[in-house]
Design a protein around this ligand. Sequence first.
Ligand code: AMP
Length: 175
Amino acid sequence: MPPSSYQAPTVGDRESHATVSQSAETNLSSTKTTVAELLANKDGKVITVNVDDTIETVVMLLREKHIGAVLVTDESGKMVGILSERDIVRKMAETPGKTLPQQVKNLMTENVITCTPSDLLINVLHKMTDGRFRHMPVVDDHGELTGIITIGDVVHFRLNQLEYEALKMKQMIVG
Ligand code: AMP
């Protein structure tokens, strides 16, 4: 039997006693990382092609640059689409033996989903997985294309973060 001065804790009590270091958000660096932090570790080059280029040109570029997608620009340099290896494979199945001479504008995805440097990486990852695509162009507040991030970049970056966090914890424990 508890002493008469005892008062059972309420939900509110528990919330107020949780310290900052105990909250899930502060324990996950992934929730705070921005696109800009990831881009800082990349060379920032974006490979583009013209709407009138052929798929043959794109295939050569993808092989040469070891990439999976190109951004498509018009004569003025404005981004008007994205074309990935998946679009090419799909077209090859639809038009066997006749895909390479076709023009980029007939295969590209026009409605390109982009992110900004200040976006949280975790939100970008959600957008990519929900939309089932692996490439996300980064456009700054002035509408300038500043880079492209891939799902592979995000996984690689997060792995490095986890390794660093594990090392820091080890150092804290061992001293
Ligand atoms: P991916 O997984 O990136 O190879 O692309 C799968 C499909 O999504 C292809 O049809 C691409 O053209 C399209 N796609 C890729 N990235 C984007 C993006 N950021 N916005 C809209 N569509 C995209």
